[in-house]
Design a protein around this ligand. Structure first.
Ligand SMILES: *Cc1c(COP(=O)(O)O)cnc(C)c1O
Length: 372
């Protein structure tokens, strides 16, 4: 029997507990709100992986990888796409493509993932100098005139401004959405100085759904976009960089130096395709659920200020709360609810496809009980 027919037999005839085993592993917390990366593939995603045609993608022979890359390129209105195992590698190689000569500089937000959480790979691996500008915490935007003023003049004292980057949605500033008007104006202002714009779009589909615009509309002002399939979209792995053929060609070269390509990667690209085809519209549910949970935190009456815009929410316990942050997280965990504790005092929760209404009711109840 082929593995495919085995899986379909298993999932169609299986008991509910075997079905659960197919889509998750044995010991899981009841509600894991630490990140939207903790999702597990559903049975249909597994069967898409099992039935995917594959080939050696380093030879350019994997039809599933090619399909994923061209599908995302066309969704985003760009010429080409390139598959990566991670968003970190996709960002790095995309930016190395733009910064393809010595003494290149990037302008980016000081609270960006690129700046804070990618180990400074831009400098250590990409030889790219970074100029970091603060975002407005309300809008998660670096003002356009600040970006423009940051572009270097032609002077041997300076690095050469080769690219600028923004993040949409903006993780650390609370899942905030940058609108198409900002991106197109910024893209045009930078293009006038010959500086391309890159979007770290780890959660770009959350932004599209929130704004009700297509990826191509939202990203029209950008030269390249890095898209994560493994966040809210629910793929176990994968990111895609989209841009012009020229930029993607240079990124492919950079990818070789940054660890190389993958071989029969259609096995995982199929999960990404499944995610893009099936899990985009449901992101609106995650946004609604984040709203619901924040409402519960506000209702708990401890003065916790929380206002999510998409699927991420950051909060801190109010002054005078009897619990410290670590104790709050531990008590929630004892009762099966995991929240992320970031930077010492700040919590993050993320809603995602593996948390349903029942899970959220439980989380809300646990939060309220623990705070009581
Ligand atoms: C997760 C994330 C990345 C990197 O993705 P990985 O796949 O974890 O390497 C980049 N940018 C943002 C905003 C992210 O949230």
């Amino acid at each position: 029997m082929s593995s495919l027919s085995l899986l379909s037999r298993l999932s169609s005839s299986a008991s509910p507990s075997t079905r659960r085993l197919l889509s998750s592993s044995a010991s899981r917390p009841l509600v894991d709100l630490r990140s939207d990366t903790v999702t597990r593939p559903c049975a249909d995603m597994y069967s898409a992986m099992l039935s995917a045609p594959v080939g050696d993608d380093v030879f350019g022979e994997d039809p599933t990888v090619a399909k994923l890359e061209s599908h995302l390129a066309s969704l985003f209105g760009k010429e080409a796409g390139l598959f990566f195992p991670t968003g970190t590698q996709s960002n790095l190689c995309g930016l190395m493509a733009h910064c393809n000569s010595r003494s290149s500089e990037i302008i980016l937000g000081s609270n960006s993932h690129l700046c804070l959480y990618e180990q400074g790979g831009l400098s250590t691996l990409g030889s790219i100098h970074s100029r970091q500008l603060p975002e407005d915490p309300e809008t998660a935007q670096v003002p356009i005139d600040a970006f423009v003023a940051g572009v270097r003049g032609d002077d041997p004292h300076y690095p050469r401004t080769a690219v600028a980057a923004i993040e949409n949605t903006h993780n650390v500033l609370g899942g905030k959405v940058l609108p198409a008007s900002y991106i197109s104006s910024l893209g045009a202002a930078l293009a006038a100085q010959d500086v391309p714009l890159h979007i770290d779009g780890a959660r770009i589909f959350n932004a599209c759904v929130k704004l009700n615009v297509t990826p191509a509309e939202l990203c029209a002002g950008a030269a390249s976009v890095s898209i994560c399939l493994s966040k809210g979209l629910g793929s176990p792995v994968g990111s895609v960089l989209v841009g012009s053929k020229h930029v993607v060609g240079l990124a492919r070269r950079a990818r070789k130096a940054a660890g190389g390509g993958m071989r029969q990667a259609g096995v995982i690209a199929a999960a990404g395709l499944y995610a893009v085809e099936n899990n985009v519209e449901r992101l609106a549910d995650d946004h609604q659920r984040a709203e619901f949970l924040c409402g519960k935190l506000r209702e708990a009456g401890y003065g916790i200020e929380v206002a999510p815009t998409t699927n991420l929410c950051y909060f801190t316990l109010p002054d005078g709360c009897a619990l410290d942050s670590g104790a709050f997280a531990d008590r929630c965990k004892e009762r099966g609810v995991l929240v992320g504790l970031m930077y010492g005092e700040t919590f993050r929760f993320a809603t995602h496809k593996d948390v349903d209404d029942e899970g959220l009711e439980l989380a809300a109840k646990v939060f309220a009980d623990v705070l009581r």
